[in-house]
Design a protein around this ligand. Structure first.
Ligand code: ADP
Length: 352
């Protein structure tokens, strides 16, 4: 990877190599593997922590479908990565006693890909399409009749020899997941009978998720340790579980123990350059740059260029948390550190 140098002021924000961020809510390779023991997916609504309103809504909808012996209505789940959309799709299928087939919109390139997926479904099954806002237009149009009337209309051949063929499909449930609700076209959005937002989790909920997972992987976690991990997990279960796995690595390799104290958590996070607020070096570099800019509102593109990073990555994965903890504001003229943010980064000077 190219070395990107910013040459601003006395500090050099160059990156030799982009590291995987532990506090990034996107999936990292180790979390992609199938049958991965490191991914503990809740298998029923009861096991799914938090999202109480959403769960009671789904409970009624699922029970009503089972009562009527019908598939659940097509469901759209939206919210930040790592909040549990895929897990919910699995557990909805599980609650309905049906299989869940998984696909990701960018991988459905040609019409025949979606046709293959739809033809492979059996009565009542769930088709989960992740990042559904990224479907191409042709695929999306094929989905309209599939969702509405459980049929697909295919045109075969070309020009004068073209024939239209209708194929009936089994009744199924489409569960679409997206991080960008606004990017979904209105006709597609309107075809979902259920549309629900997944919210960030509270500290208590995240602590419960951490405790459940630590039991599963035979870790003995002190109460304070689990709460402090929850506090720096950015409201996101995927980050909470990932941090816990890294703390486990540290405990087992460096300390040869499965007992995790709060002190051990602090040392482990320190070794991964994650501070007591849950900020990693990229967050701190971002803040450090703004601070060094004499607190003049700075455009996102300038920050991205200086840090050698992608502006949308900073916008979606770095800024929201800094804004949430009150360290950053977005103004029409650019990004600004708040007084608390400034005080915090001053205390961290030169300590990436
Ligand atoms: P998304 O599809 O929204 O990116 P996932 O469903 O893949 O998120 O969840 C990420 C991780 O967090 C998974 O390991 C999942 O089991 C866990 N997780 C998410 N939500 C919950 C929850 N409410 N209770 C327990 N574990 C959860």
């Amino acid at each position: 990877m190219a070395i990107i140098s910013s040459n601003i002021g006395d500090n050099d924000f160059s990156f030799q190599k982009k590291e995987l961020r532990l506090v990034d809510s996107k999936v990292i390779p180790e979390e992609k593997r199938k049958n991965n023991l490191n991914i503990a997916r809740p298998s029923s609504l009861k096991e799914f922590i938090g999202q109480e309103q959403l769960k009671s809504y789904l409970r009624i909808a699922i029970d009503a479908s089972i009562y009527r012996k019908e598939p659940l209505e097509h469901t759209l789940l939206y919210g930040q990565p790592g909040l549990g959309k895929t897990s919910l799709a699995f557990l909805i299928a599980n609650e309905m006693n049906k299989k869940c087939r998984i696909a990701s919109a960018p991988a459905i390139e040609r019409p025949r890909d979606i046709v293959g997926l739809l033809l492979g479904l059996k009565e009542g099954e769930v088709l989960f399409i992740d990042e559904i806002h990224r479907l191409n237009r042709l695929t999306e149009e094929l989905l309209y009749s599939a969702m509405e009337d459980f049929r697909i209309d295919l045109t075969m051949g070309a020009n004068r020899g073209a024939r239209c063929r209708t194929i009936n499909l089994p009744r199924f449930t489409l569960i679409g997941a997206t991080t960008k609700l606004a990017s979904i076209s209105a006709p597609l959005r309107d075809r979902f009978g259920i549309s629900q937002k997944i919210e960030f989790y509270t500290y208590d909920e995240l602590q419960q998720i951490i405790i459940n997972f630590s039991r599963l992987i035979n870790l003995n976690l002190e109460n304070e340790a689990s709460y402090n991990l929850a506090k720096i997990s950015r409201g996101t279960p995927r980050i909470a579980l990932r941090l816990l796995r890294r703390v486990r690595d540290y405990a087992q390799v460096v300390k040869q123990t499965n007992v995790i104290s709060n002190y051990l958590v602090k040392n482990a996070l320190n070794s991964y350059h994650i501070d007591e607020k849950g900020l990693d070096s990229l967050d701190r570099q971002y803040m450090f740059f703004l601070n060094q800019n004499n607190n003049i509102p700075t455009g996102l593109d300038s920050i991205a260029a200086a840090l050698g990073d992608d502006s949308s990555m900073l916008e979606f994965l770095v800024e929201p948390y800094l804004i949430k903890i009150g360290f950053l504001t977005r103004t029409p003229r650019g990004r600004l550190l708040t007084a608390t943010g400034k005080k915090y980064i001053d205390s961290k000077n030169d300590n990436f």
